[in-house]
Design a protein. Sequence first.
Length: 242
Amino acid sequence: MTDTIDVRPAASRFHTEISWLDSWHSFSFSEHYDPRNTHHGLLLVHNDDVILGGGAFGTHPHRDMEIVTWVLDGALEHRDSEGNHGIISRNIAQRMSAGRGIRHSESNASASETVHLLQMWVPPDTNGLDPGYEQRDISGDIKDDEAFPLASSRERDAAITIHQRDATLWITRLSAGAAGPIPDAPFVHVFVARGEADVDGAGPLQTGDAARLTGAGARTATAGDAGAELVVWETYAKLRLT
């Protein structure tokens, strides 16, 4: 495995824009396909979505996928065929395990305000599991200038559990000038959700920019004057596409 740091500017992402949705895709998604950009490690989907008031993804199916949603602004309403219902807003971690099959819808919980969210998919380490759902308010747990394990089965204190032993999602909120660790793992995806940060070896990254680290070792991210919120996937295996 070649040691690399691959910087992906925000504007280089695939873009979908329709009447109620403005979506930026870090990897091939839907009608957007590039065989050179399908995943990084185990991270298959990393969508940056803004949904206008009243907008919604209607009921649709998923199978054998761990889907994590992280809301940056506004509120998202979830309903699924297992009877789960939730409102996901800032500081609420949410995971849906599609397992052997589930149908769900996602809609802006407001008729007038926008909702801005990140949705990220990794495969489970075991197919055919029972579908599942989990959400948790982490307002009292996440701390400034500390990496927080949002979703994992590796980290005991993770907010929510995903059925993938080789992946952890970290959220790091850095105040101006503060530094935070980037994990040492075979595949690391660093995404700047807010603000700006300088990542060792990648240079300055702005909102929406990402750095894909492959065997790059432990690194440090230092926030700019506006601070930063980093969304970081640490994975120890590579997706096998069939």
